[in-house]
Design a protein around this ligand. Structure first.
Ligand code: 26Q
Length: 825
């Protein structure tokens, strides 16, 4: 094959001997051990510390550069940053991966094994948290001044184990023994008031002002994690706040003779950043979650204002020029009344000026249309925890209703009650999304169809009021982690075929499109896929004991477990194939391995039932000698970023099968396609834009469209219509009532059948079943022609240019943030 010259020669900042010396030094001087005694954890730690020497230098340079030029920066506020591991990412981005590999090899160590020692930083639930992680990678790579603000959770998302097929949650302990990437910054500690009451103080000649007498104060300790851009031209930071007890409060109790009580105060305060909430409807409304949100917003806003004041004194009108604050969903909404409170109560601004500043500073990203996922807090809780903020919210709302809504729709009380920040229900609730839309200067959805639905279905009146406010920024993923690092085989093939600058310019991938029909290229592409499948098969064996053949189609669904994502539709299709095989041992199908990875929210009953059912079906299918290994089902425990990095590159088929209109975007869909998997998917979220880029004929699109879903629901959907019409569907659903999968315990899987029939099949699985089964049949047919399959896989990967997070960030920078790049030279 003709190989193109690489366009950029990576110049490592250090040589091999130097890196070896740095690692050995860190073993000695940083960890007090040596190369003969050190275990792999110590080697990992020492390697991280050696890398940090390079990182900190760039961090300081970036900081000085931004401070000198007083650059406008974006502050990305997010309750979640699902970072995964950082060592291989940082080595990659500093362009010292190869030299470090060589250095460690010379010391008798394997870099991949060392990287495997790193615990995942799982400070997020799923898509939203991982998107934040991709975005800060892109911001640094592109040279934008940016800070990510979040919480320094002691425990990230729970670790998942299976006991008799059921999910058990265990605490995640990512920093039990410290974390080499983080730097504590006691010089930037902040204090956060809570509870108490508000006093109105009248001052002669000056009118009145409000004083919040807090009942409790927390201390926020910042931990900085350097975020190394690719090529290391910029190193930004992710600043995570840890809660501690405020000493003054502690000591008061202590001095009054209550040592034990002082300890209680301390541990109460430390609870605030103790654990990441799983995305769970039963956790909605919990006091601790509200305090978490306020704690991190208050620390972040104070930090932002401290930096602003250092450069601009008290020229508050300049704040929107210097600062953009992006709210990642409604979780950080409380930053809005917090900024108002500081400007008015502490800095002495008048309401109109403070409101003008707020309106030009905040932007908000919506990630969901599911009504039950829109955040609301009870007014009573707000009043107790944040009494001053509630007053401010009332005032924002009152001015909005009287000045904006009344002007547009005079006398229309129905409009007012729909748009009000306060829901007049029992109990009364604060609607966080309404507060965001009223305040923010831009509101964006995360894929084209989602952003349209935000305008037409979620916030139609707001769209009428503010016709330029609602915009789209389609999500993307970082090609550094999700191609270059996780799939070195494919990355090398790309480097050799089109040059290595696709890493920074993913549109370049389209240069492989003409090679889609080149048989030599196809062979290399498919050989790489095979190697990745071999590596994955090894992991499957180690983790579950199941043997899978790499000649089978690897059909993968990895994402949070939720009924709208329809893992249960996948399940009933698997049962369909299994039944066909049992009824006809010669049933002709390409062997299939169905792989799952998913965590269910701990109190989400039906999601946990689906996990249990899939595990029970897996037990049965994998041990059934009658079906000649044509079918395997594997549910890998503890799905997480580092496991995903092995699964995307090994997939042949990507399952993106949500009910149309419900998946805001999806980002796993992009990672699969980028790694050469073919999508079976509905016309939902970013799948629609992927079909535009790839060509729908190179995907397996099935099921009802958004419009058809709406029409069917409006008509009155009846799942029994499909059940009685399709005998095969009926027989697999009835199977769930038997004890076939749960010997001597009939009915253990019946809730799944009930949800699809008696409980109305809210997510229209039965309506899409037949079309889904047919799409799978088409997959089977195509896979038999390996050249035709390879052609489509290449066309998929080559069309992914748009779905890279650099493009998303450029969209945010121009459409929303008005941000300029300041890379260090
Ligand atoms: C809410 C209340 C209490 C505790 C937790 C939560 C909570 C936490 C996380 C609610 C929602 C989330 C996460 C949502 C999420 O990940 N949404 C996904 O965002 C992706 C990035 O835009 C999209 O691609 C997905 O379509 C969307 O589902």
């Amino acid at each position: 094959m003709a190989t193109k010259k690489t366009t950029k020669v990576a110049v490592p900042a250090v040589g091999c001997a130097e890196m070896q010396q740095a690692i050995i030094d860190r073993l000695h001087k940083g960890l007090g051990t040596d190369k003969d005694k050190a275990n792999n954890k110590a080697w990992w730690n020492a390697t991280c510390q050696a890398v940090n020497e390079l990182v900190f230098e760039k961090l300081t340079q970036t900081h000085q550069n931004h401070a000198e030029k007083d650059t406008r920066a974006v502050n990305y506020l997010s309750l979640e940053f699902l970072m995964g591991r950082l060592l291989s990412n940082n080595l990659q981005n500093l362009e010292v991966f190869d030299v470090t590999q060589e250095a460690l090899k010379g010391l008798g160590k394997d870099l991949y094994e060392i990287c495997d020692e790193e615990p995942d930083m799982a400070l997020g639930n799923g898509g939203l948290g991982r998107l934040a992680a991709c975005f800060i990678d892109s911001l640094a790579t592109l040279g934008y001044p940016a800070i990510g603000y979040g919480i320094h959770y002691e425990h990230g998302l729970f670790k998942q184990e299976f006991q008799d097929g059921r999910q058990i949650e265990r605490p995640d302990t990512w920093r039990e023994y410290g974390n080499p990437w983080e730097i504590c910054r006691p010089e930037s500690i902040q204090f956060v008031p809570l509870y108490g009451y508000v006093e109105t103080v009248y001052e002669q000649g000056k009118g009145s002002r409000k004083v919040w007498h807090a009942g409790q104060k927390l201390k926020g300790v910042p931990w900085d994690i350097p975020i190394v851009g690719y090529g290391a031209k910029t190193v930004n930071i992710l600043r995570l706040w840890e809660s501690r007890a405020h000493e003054a409060f502690d000591w008061d109790v202590f001095n009054a003779g209550g040592y034990v009580d002082a300890q209680t105060e301390k541990s109460k305060a430390e609870t605030i950043s103790k654990v990441l909430y799983p995305n769970d409807s039963t956790d909605a409304g919990k006091e601790l979650r509200l305090i978490q949100q306020y704690f991190f917003c208050a620390c972040s806003v104070k930090d932002i204002l401290r930096r602003f004041k250092r450069a601009n004194k008290e020229e508050w009108s300049l704040l929107p020029e210097k600062v953009a604050i992006q709210l990642n969903d409604t979780h950080p909404t409380i930053a809005i009344p917090e900024l108002m409170r500081i400007l008015i109560d502490e800095e002495g601004l008048e309401w109109p000026e403070a409101w003008e500043i707020c309106q030009n500073t905040f932007a908000y990203t919506n990630h969901t249309l599911l009504p039950e996922a829109l955040e609301k807090w009870s007014v009573a809780l707000f009043e107790k925890v944040l009494p001053r903020h509630l007053e401010i919210i009332y005032e924002i709302n009152s001015q909005f209703l009287t000045k904006v809504v009344e002007k547009k729709w005079p006398g229309d009380d129905a409009k007012k009650s729909k748009l009000s920040v306060i829901e007049e229900s029992q109990p009364r609730m604060v609607r966080m999304a309404n507060l965001c839309v009223i305040t923010a200067y831009k509101v964006n959805g995360v894929a084209a169809v989602h952003s349209e639905l935000v305008k037409t279905d979620l916030f139609p009146e707001f769209h009428e009021l503010f016709p330029t406010k609602l915009v789209n920024v389609t999500n993307g993923v970082t090609p550094r982690r999700w191609l270059k690092a996780c799939n070195p085989g494919l990355a090398t093939l790309l480097d050799e075929s089109i040059g290595d600058d696709w890493v920074l310019n993913l549109d370049k991938l389209k240069e492989i499109l003409p090679k889609a029909t080149d048989t030599a290229f196809q062979k290399r592409f498919m050989d790489i896929k095979k190697e990745n499948k071999v590596a994955m098969a090894k992991i499957i064996k180690e983790e579950t004991g199941v043997d899978v053949s790499v000649d089978a189609i690897f059909d993968v669904q990895i994402k949070r477990l939720h009924e709208y994502k329809r893992q249960q539709l996948n399940l009933i299709h698997i049962l369909t194939l299994y039944k066909r095989l049992l009824e006809d041992p010669d049933y002709d199908m390409v062997p299939r391995v169905f792989l799952f990875g998913a965590k269910a929210a701990p109190s989400y009953h039906m999601a946990k039932e689906i996990i249990f059912a899939l595990n029970k079906i897996a037990d049965k299918v994998n041990n059934d000698t009658r079906i000649n290994d044509k079918l395997k089902v594997v549910f890998l425990p503890n799905y997480r970023v580092s496991l995903a990095e092995h699964m995307f590159p090994a997939a042949d088929v990507s399952e993106q099968i949500s009910t149309a209109g419900l998946e805001a975007s999806g980002t796993g869909n992009m990672k699969f396609s980028l790694n050469g998997a073919l999508t079976i998917g509905t016309m939902d979220g970013a799948n629609i834009e992927m079909a535009e880029e790839i060509g729908a004929e190179h995907m397996f699109i099935f099921g009802l469209s958004v419009e058809e879903v709406k029409a069917l629901k409006a008509d009155g959907y009846n799942p029994y219509d499909y059940y009685y019409k399709n005998p095969e569907l009926k027989s697999v659903l009835d199977w769930l009532d038997s004890d076939f999968f749960t010997p001597s315990h009939p009915g253990l899987l019946s809730d799944i059948k009930r949800s699809l029939l008696e409980w109305g099949d809210e997510y229209l699985c039965l309506a899409d079943y037949e079309s889904y089964v047919n799409a799978h049949q088409a997959i089977d047919t195509l896979y038999r022609d390996q050249s035709a399959w390879a052609e489509k896989a290449i066309l998929n990967a080559g069309a992914m240019g748009k779905f890279n997070s650099d493009r998303s960030i450029e969209d945010y920078a121009t459409k929303i943030w008005n941000l300029k790049k300041f890379p260090i030279a």
